[in-house]
Design a protein around this ligand. Structure first.
Ligand SMILES: [Zn+2]
Length: 114
């Protein structure tokens, strides 16, 4: 996927979730719960949204996943880690896909969204 393809996908406003979101026990990561729903869109992008919440660690992630490219956009709450460029990202941050780093480039703290 080229950067421009990603930007076009992200800008597409026809994306929607058209089914109920049900949190379920994540058997591989106790005591986490998770959900996964399909994202429908007019260009028929192969997308799903996954959510993951760990009550013990107090971490929450919402991720947009492209079936061919993996995680392309995500919001992380409650966990801090490093960018490929080794800057620290803070406990509230977004990830977005870039051609060079896949989804590893964190944008900025998402305080304005919360
Ligand atoms: Zn993160």
């Amino acid at each position: 996927m080229k950067q421009q393809d990603f930007e076009t996908l992200l800008a597409d406003i026809t994306k929607e979730i058209n089914e109920p979101i049900e949190w379920k026990e994540d058997k591989d990561h106790y005591p986490s719960v998770e959900f996964k729903v399909e994202v429908i869109s007019e260009p028929k992008y192969p997308l799903v949204v996954k959510g993951s919440y760990n009550q013990l660690a107090q971490t929450l992630t919402y991720a947009l996943i492209h079936q061919g490219h993996g995680r392309i956009y995500a919001l992380d709450l409650g966990k801090d880690h490093h960018n490929p460029t080794c800057s620290t990202v803070g406990r509230k941050h977004k990830h977005r896909w870039t051609e060079s780093f896949r989804d590893k480039e964190d944008m900025y703290r998402m305080i304005s969204l919360l």
